[in-house]
Design a binder for this molecule. Structure first.
Ligand SMILES: [Zn+2]
Length: 257
């Protein structure tokens, strides 16, 4: 397996700007040949698409960025926060995930959830990716008005800027090879009054299987961890309910006072 190239991230919002392989010079500015998630403004000034902070400027084909605006992240370790109501399933998933990345140690923190904690859940722990596991037993009530996880997912989505993946196990039928979710999820979304799980599914943030994940699904989980830890994109809030947007957090705090 090819060695990972360490990413340079925006110091303010941790969005991925470039990586070690594209660094040409490093004094007095960092000069890169390739940059992502950056906008060219007036006078060739360059700003971060994630948070709008000034990063440097563009000269011809090269990007001259301020060393003080960037952070080089080590690819030695990624951290995943896993939540589930089921201890045994969580241990099993944790073991599968720990094996996913060669050359990088993935630390999986297991968090046992209680049903009583889910309403009004406030997430506040910095990590690379949050995984929420649910074992399907009977009717699936996941998101929106009657969903068990709506407060949990909204809070995690806001705090983690979209770095969340929902894993659903024990569903009736695994999706066909090359798919992340089964039609069951889109039926919930269309006919079950749970549009949000469908939107998250279309965004690639839901993976479900009957007894074990396919190679394709494991690969997607691996990619999600990689992107969240090392090659972060700016968050996408379009189409999601207001409670999932970062601006909602102030409103929610106020309503508690
Ligand atoms: Zn930024």
């Amino acid at each position: 397996m090819q060695a990972l190239s360490a990413p340079y991230q925006c110091k303010a919002c941790h969005v991925s700007i470039s990586s070690e392989e594209f660094l040409i010079h490093w004094e007095p500015k960092y000069v890169f040949s390739v940059v992502s998630n950056a906008k060219i403004e007036a006078d060739n000034n360059v700003s971060c698409s994630g948070c709008g902070k000034y990063l440097g400027h563009k000269e011809g084909l090269q990007w001259h960025l301020e060393p003080s605006s960037l952070n080089l992240k080590s690819v030695a370790k990624a951290e995943v926060n896993l939540f589930s109501l089921k201890q045994q399933d969580m241990a099993d998933i944790s073991m599968k995930i720990t094996r996913l990345l060669e050359n990088t140690k993935i630390e999986v923190k297991q968090n046992l959830l209680l049903k009583s904690q889910l309403r009004g859940f406030q997430y506040s722990s910095e990590t690379d990716l949050v995984l929420l596991h649910h074992r399907s037993e009977g009717r699936l009530l996941l998101t929106d008005r009657n969903g068990f996880y709506n407060d949990f997912l909204a809070s995690v989505y806001r705090f983690m800027e979209g770095r969340v993946l929902v894993l659903i196990t024990n569903i009736e039928e695994s999706p066909p090879e090359g798919a992340l979710v089964s039609s069951e999820i889109y039926e919930l979304s269309k006919f079950g009054d749970q549009p949000t799980i469908g939107i998250l599914g279309e965004m690639g943030k839901v993976v479900c299987w009957k007894s074990s994940p396919s190679e394709y699904q494991l690969n997607h989980i691996r990619e999600s961890i990689m992107r969240s830890a090392f090659y972060r994109e700016p968050a996408n809030y379009a189409r999601l309910p207001e409670a999932y947007h970062p601006s909602a957090s102030n409103k929610f705090k106020c309503s508690l006072l």
